[in-house]
Design a protein around this ligand. Structure first.
Ligand code: CAA
Length: 276
């Protein structure tokens, strides 16, 4: 962090004199994170992916952010993948670090306390599909195209696609998409469980925001506990995971939110959750 004349840290824009690559807008408890590089179909180069990772890390620690929405600028792409021009110059060590950076961003989406929603407004290819897969919910425009075309570049998915695609869909479908590099339209993605719902393009953001604001009104403690428990569903020891669910279920009864939720039902009114 550069210091000003008074010795205090100053905030410096990511690229002086130019637009931010990651736009973050707050709306009623939801943070809408937009990858804003439409000329490159929102492909992620080092600067853009670093900025995305940093914003996700910041939001994961922000108690006023109840839900995170990830989308892409323009009407063509969510994220068309890792920036192929940037990757073409990498050696093995650099490529490993690049893979880790993408994993960090994906892991934040997957494990941050808040629910994360991908609003897939167009191409979600390669790393774009992988970041969508790391989100808790995925909504797609009917014009969206999804896939893992890395094989056509002589490489493989590097930000979690070999694992999360199989978990979200089936092992067989994941192998088909990753080995052939075939991209699928929104309807096939829906049929396969790769996305939760498909809307007309103009309805996508309203639909996602409606869901985001519904989630923002729920108990953040309960949402986090549910997300963490479900994240274990397809890994580790089943009996241990069930025992952990039981523990978390019980622990929530110490919260004001659980008391409020259970009481509000009995009193036939809407609960008002406070996150304690
Ligand atoms: N990297 C860098 N630039 C990209 C890009 C990418 N992944 N995807 C698109 N662009 C750029 C194009 O180069 C083009 O830039 P110029 O105008 O400067 O030439 C611009 O975005 C518009 O794209 P097109 O002209 O290609 O648009 P189109 O409509 O003809 O095709 C497309 C659209 C089918 C998405 C095509 O752009 C494409 O195939 N893109 C690459 C998709 C891909 O392979 N993604 C996976 C990357 S590998 C990866 O992500 C690794 C990983 O797991 C981490």
């Amino acid at each position: 962090h550069p210091r000003g004349a008074d010795g205090r840290h100053r905030r410096v824009p990511a690229r002086e004199g130019s637009r931010q690559l990651i736009d973050v807008r707050h709306e009623g408890g939801a943070a809408v994170v937009t990858v804003d590089r439409p000329d490159a179909l929102n492909a992620l180069d080092l600067e853009t992916l670093t900025a995305l990772r940093d914003q996700l890390r910041r939001l994961s620690e922000d108690v006023d952010t109840k839900v995170v929405v990830l989308t892409g600028a323009g009407d063509r792409a969510f994220i068309a993948g890792a920036d192929i021009k940037y990757m073409s110059g990498l050696d093995v060590e650099q490529a490993k670090a690049w893979g880790e950076l993408g994993h960090e961003a994906a892991r934040l989406l997957e494990t941050m306390p808040q629910p994360t929603i991908a609003a897939i407004n167009g191409f979600a290819l390669g790393g774009g599909c992988e970041l969508a897969l790391a989100c808790d919910l995925r909504y797609a425009s009917s014009k969206a195209k999804l896939g893992q075309p890395e094989i056509n570049l002589g490489i493989i998915p590097g930000w979690g696609g070999t694992q999360r695609l199989a978990r979200a869909t089936t092992l067989g479908f994941a192998k088909e998409l990753i080995l052939t590099g075939r991209t699928v339209g929104a309807d096939e993605a829906l049929e396969r469980g790769l996305v939760n719902a498909v809307t007309e393009p103009e309805d996508l953001l309203p639909r996602v925001m409606e869901t985001a604001l519904q989630l923002a009104a729920k108990s953040p403690l309960a949402l986090e506990a549910a997300k963490q428990a479900i994240n274990r569903a397809l890994s580790g020891d089943h009996a241990e995971n069930l025992a952990r669910e039981s523990d978390r279920f019980g622990e929530l009864f110490a919260s004001e939110d659980a008391k409020e939720g259970l009481t509000a039902f009995a009193e036939k009114r809407e609960p008002k959750f406070v996150g304690r």
